[in-house]
Design a protein. Structure first.
Length: 739
């Protein structure tokens, strides 16, 4: 018989309920304006004014759901594209976990003796999973690091995922059921798509099991009113006209065939394909099977979201016991302590923890506290290869706060690790040596974290794209108005570059500069002095603007460009007001005077040119410009390159006494969002979530990326070791330079 790898523990999201006034239904979970307390799906707070947990009853939950729907409330999904449908076009990705971690299952399996954790994730707001990733424990960092990220399953989403050895080779497969009923089978070791087939529309549950005991695994799929069993060649083997929202498979009676139980209350015999027993009240919402009384046959455990967990003797067609519960979001049945008795682990649906019960005595054995709201899924496995079982669960999906993957030690009742909730879009990347090892690191920063309740966080990767560290939230974790740029500059004449971020403190602009010493050691060495500008800094640079051998920090925030003396923090100048504010800065010698020029692109599409020494306005180029770059020239004035709303790149040159257009090339039939000028006349463009490469004579794109990396995407490109790196809404993406 083929071996199964992973967990069959069941879970669905159970949302907690309303309290007080409704919030307006929206398209995301991020707070707007003043920081609000985290809420559940229906806009009700999940903590009180003192931060204490609030839990609601079933009646309150139902009432709030009806009010929410009456006000037009929905569960949104991310607005993503759809061209990356097989093997990921990107050669490497590091993505945010997003929301709904584990909502479509978690699994632990082993590849060549090394345990890996497979995680469904990538939701948006209260929507479901849009991708999955593979993690491995990394001993030096004492954490789990991403090894692979799947394609984004735009529109369909991931309905369920399991890991099993479906072809009897040495490597397990990852079986992914999509929301439209399509199935993909991936080789876990090779990280490659092996094949797939269509099943039935609107699936509600999936299991991988050798249902007919022929030595081959089958795929079992349920819908609300149908049960279907497929071979992994895609052929339908048999079906039954009963369904449910969850299913469980086991040897539940004395005949040779297995039984398949559904939440609708129907038990189907795998030999006859007929319903052999119906429990009219149904079996609850979450199903598990296992021999809990040592009679040699599996019992069925059905757990309601509210009320009770029930054990059933299917052979006797009677309940065996009932365990009163409050509100449960996920269950797992496993002998975690190897004492011969299965434990039922209940992941509580609001506040609480992972609670283990002895299935013979029903006594509570232990609890691991869950720091976040709700449980999407709970499984047990040796995820770090230390020979001991860990408890793993996803949480936070039932509130507007952070979504976290937790790894807990059931013996010590302590957390061993938890993921970081990062919110895109990601900014950067910037490339340079920040740790003093004579090799370039890749640095990015996120817009925010913790579903918008936390500030942006800095990520540093080495040249081989291994994650070295993640900072705490910048700006004292008060970046309510976002973090918009990261660059690397040498501000203290040591061998390492420093990390400069353009961000915010609540609603005011802040520029911060950090030293990085490896791991999670980020030390802030400079920040914008008070009083702070109104509005987040959108762009920043650090250089000697006026030729006095002292550095200035120059950035745009709100309606102005500001220049500060780095040594003293004193503001040297502030520009004229820019209507609707500036969105991008470039610095260069773009005219014939000795001072640098500061080029500020306004949200109105016009480019202002300010004198770097005085801040005085020197020129104004009117247009519908969308991005700006400066191309340095050795002898002549630097060229000003502007992308516009019609897909053109327009070049200006200073010809005293004014800037003159000296060239224009049409690249796209849509607005160019960002430009990166590479070597040998190459131009990278970002537009509509697609990164494109152009080369002279620019008659068409030489290469374009897929469109499912989120929007924005490809705003800046840096070169690594045989790859180019860029960022987008979901995370960091690398494309190999040579294929």
């Amino acid at each position: 018989m083929l071996a199964f790898s992973g967990s069959l523990c069941a879970a669905v999201v159970s949302f907690a309920l309303p309290f007080g006034d409704l919030q307006t239904p929206g398209v995301n979970r991020h707070p707007v304006g003043a920081k609000l307390a985290p809420t559940n799906l229906y806009g009700a707070p999940v903590v009180d004014s003192l931060g204490a947990p609030i839990e609601y009853g079933n009646a309150e939950l139902h009432a709030q759901q009806q009010a929410w729907l009456a006000h037009g409330g929905t569960i949104p999904n991310a607005p993503l594209g759809g061209c990356e449908t097989s093997v990921a076009e990107a050669d490497w990705k590091h993505y945010a976990f997003g929301t709904g971690i584990g909502e479509s299952n978690l699994a632990v399996s082993s590849v060549n003796g090394t345990p890996e954790l497979v995680v469904t994730c990538g939701g948006y707001g209260f929507g479901g999973s849009n991708y999955w990733m593979i993690l491995r424990r990394d001993a030096p960092s004492v954490g789990y690091v991403q090894q692979f990220v799947s394609p984004v399953y735009a529109n369909n989403g991931v309905r369920w995922l399991e890991v099993a050895n479906v072809d009897a080779d040495a490597s397990p497969e990852i079986v992914v059921l999509l929301g439209d009923g399509d199935v993909e089978v991936w080789d876990q070791a090779l990280r490659s798509l092996q094949g797939g087939f269509a099943t039935i529309a609107s699936p509600t549950a999936m299991r991988v099991h050798d249902v007919d005991a022929d030595g081959n695994l089958e795929l079992v799929v349920a819908t609300a009113n149908a049960l279907r069993v497929y071979g992994f060649g895609g052929a339908l083997e048999w079906s039954a006209a009963v369904g449910g929202t969850d299913l469980a498979i086991g040897q539940m009676d004395t005949d040779p065939a297995l039984e398949l139980a559904l939440t609708s209350g129907n038990v189907v015999d795998a030999g006859t394909h007929a319903v052999q027993w119906t429990w009219s009240a149904g079996f609850g919402s979450l199903l598990e099977t296992g021999d809990i009384d040592d009679d040699g046959y599996d019992e069925l455990i059905g757990t309601e979201f509210w009320g009770f967990s029930w054990a059933y003797d299917v052979d006797k067609q009677l309940p065996k016991w009932s365990l009163p519960i409050f509100n449960v979001g996920a269950t797992c049945l496993v002998d975690i302590d190897a004492d011969g008795t299965l434990e039922l682990i209940l992941g509580e649906a609001q506040w609480g923890g992972m609670v283990a019960h002895d299935t013979k005595t029903l006594a509570e054995e232990w609890t691991i506290n869950n720091p976040e709201h709700g449980t999407t899924q709970v499984i047990v496995g040796d995820s770090d290869g230390d020979g001991a079982l860990e408890v793993l669960w996803g949480a936070g999906h039932s509130s507007s706060g952070p979504d976290i993957l937790f790894v807990g030690n059931w013996q010590t009742k302590q957390l061993e690790w938890q993921s970081v909730h990062l919110d895109g879009p990601f900014r950067g990347p910037a490339s340079g040596n920040v740790v003093g090892d004579a090799k370039p690191e890749m640095v990015v920063v996120t817009d925010a974290s913790d579903s918008g309740y936390g500030a942006g966080r800095i990520l540093v990767f080495d040249a081989d794209l291994k994650l070295l560290g993640i900072s705490q939230g910048v700006a004292g974790n008060l970046g309510w108005s976002g973090t918009h740029e990261v660059i690397l500059r040498d501000v203290d004449a040591d061998p390492e570059l420093e990390i400069v971020v353009a961000t915010s403190t609540t609603y005011d602009g802040t520029v911060e500069i950090y030293d990085y010493a490896g791991g999670s050691s980020f030390t802030r060495i400079w920040q914008t002095p008070n009083p702070k500008p109104s509005g987040a800094f959108r762009d920043v640079d650090v250089l000697d603007l006026d030729g006095d051998a002292d550095l200035e920090v120059v950035g745009c925030a709100g309606s102005y460009v500001y220049a500060y003396d780095y040594a003293t923090g004193v503001k040297e100048w502030q520009s004229l007001a820019i209507v609707n504010g500036a969105v991008e800065l470039e610095i260069g010698h773009t005219d014939d005077d000795p001072a640098l020029e500061v080029l500020a692109l306004g949200a109105d599409g016009d480019l202002r040119v300010f004198d770097g020494e005085t801040g005085g306005l020197e020129a104004l180029l009117f247009g519908s410009y969308t991005c700006v770059e400066v191309t340095p020239l050795v002898v002549l004035a630097d060229l000003v390159r502007l992308g516009d709303g019609n897909g053109n790149v327009v070049t200006f040159d200073y010809q005293a006494p004014s800037y003159q257009q000296v060239g224009s090339v049409h690249l796209l039939d849509e607005p160019i969002e960002q430009l990166t000028f590479g070597n040998a006349d190459t131009i990278w463009t970002s537009a509509g979530g697609v990164l494109s490469l152009f080369y002279s004579p620019y008659s068409g794109a030489l290469w374009s990326s897929c469109s499912v990396y989120g929007t924005p995407f490809g705003g800046r490109v840096v070169y690594g070791q045989n790859y180019v790196l860029t960022v987008g809404a979901n995370g960091v993406v690398a494309f190999r330079r040579y294929k």
